[in-house]
Every structure is written in C-alpha cells, then in structure tokens.
Ligand binder design. Structure first.
Ligand code: HEC
Length: 173
C-alpha cells in the first residue's frame, strides 16, 4: 500500500516536472545562427521596465528600450559596467496617426525586437561580454536576423564608454 502511494506520488512529480519544462512559450521558437541566442531567452520581456523611448526620424520608427530587473537596477545606479544577467531589449514600432487626434502619433505594428544580454561565460571575444540578438517582423511573422552580429558590435562600440549601451535611464542622466 505504502509502496503504491510512493510510486503514485513519484509519478505525479515526474509528470509535473516534464509538463513544467515543456510548457509552451508565448514567443517564437527562433535562434540566432551565429551565437545561439533565442527569442525565448527574453520570455516575459513585455513586463520589463521601460528605460527610455526613442524615435528614429529616418525610419519613422518608435523605439522602446526595456530592461530586466538586473539591468534596470544597474542603470538606475549608473553602473559603469553592467552586471551579468542584464538584458536590455529594444522594440521597434511603426507609427500611425491617432484616430481621434491625428496630430498625435501612436505605436502601430511591431517591426523588430532585439536584445543584448551580458554573459561573460559566452561572450568575451570582443571584450564587451554582450551577446546580441535581433528578430525582425514582416507580414506578421518574426524572422531571425541572419547577417551576423559583427555590425551590432561595430556600431555599439561607439558607445564603449557607456559599456556599449547608447541608452541610459531617460530623464535621469
Ligand atoms: C549603425 C549603428 C547600429 C547598429 C548596426 C546596431 N545598433 Fe543597436 N542601437 C543603435 C543606436 C543609435 C541605439 C539607440 C537608439 C535607438 O533606440 O535606436 C541602439 C540601441 C540598441 C539597443 C538598446 C540598448 C542601447 O544600446 O541603447 C539594443 C538592445 C540594440 N541596439 C541591439 C542591437 C543589435 C542586436 C544589433 C545588431 C543585430 C544592433 N543593435 C545594431 C545603433 C546601432
């Protein structure tokens, strides 16, 4: 009797663990070809804190920069070098006129989601310890960026003095 109860409990536990591990992610199953960073690595990014907003006049794109709690707290403390586990996300939106007030623009469609993650165990080749990932949305579907991350690193190098981040907390620096 005791054995049956233990066996049943063990089985329930195993099934539970398997179920928890295979639970569907809400994010597309996409992985960067060159550094293995996945979209699902930023699961829950919609709940990250807003660091800043930008508007690219040439691309007419509204950008939200968000950070997970590690990244956000470090930015708040004006850390010179961001700590391990920091994740900084950029969401790019097309814009449209607000139906009730056309001189105001509002976010329309997501065009891209990209992120940087600080992980010195995986990314140290260029000395910045950041991994870069980009997912571009076209016709409602996300596609992984397959042109490599050399361009990301090269351009972000111009923000080397700020640990390769262009963005600080809006209004706080
Ligand atoms: C030609 C320059 C350039 C290239 C190439 C570039 N970025 Fe950026 N990136 C910027 C600028 C400027 C900003 C801040 C303004 C904005 O929001 O667009 C930024 C912001 C970011 C941010 C928010 C954190 C920060 O630094 O402000 C992330 C994340 C990011 N880029 C990821 C990437 C990834 C991933 C790639 C490559 C696939 C990439 N970037 C390529 C110029 C660049």
């Amino acid at each position: 009797m005791k054995k049956t109860i233990i066996a049943t409990l063990t089985l329930t536990l195993i099934v539970g663990v398997i179920y928890a591990n295979t639970e569907e992610s809400s994010l597309p199953n996409l992985t960067m070809p060159d550094n293995n960073l996945s979209f699902q690595n930023i699961e829950g990014y919609q709940d990250y804190k807003i660091v800043a907003t930008h508007f690219r006049t040439d691309k007419k794109e509204l950008r939200y920069i968000l950070a997970n709690s590690i990244g956000y707290n470090a930015l708040k403390e004006k850390a010179k070098v961001m700590p391990e586990g920091s994740k900084i996300v950029k969401i790019g939106w097309s814009v449209k006129e607000m139906p009730l007030f056309p001189s105001a623009l509002e976010a329309d469609k997501i065009q891209r989601v990209e992120y940087m993650v600080k992980d010195s165990t995986k990314f140290n080749a260029n000395g910045d310890n950041w991994g870069y990932a980009r997912f571009v949305k076209k016709d409602g579907e996300y596609k992984v960026w397959n042109k490599g991350t050399k361009g990301c690193i090269a351009c972000h190098s111009s923000a080397k003095e700020q640990d390769f981040l262009f963005t600080g907390l809006q209004g706080k620096f």
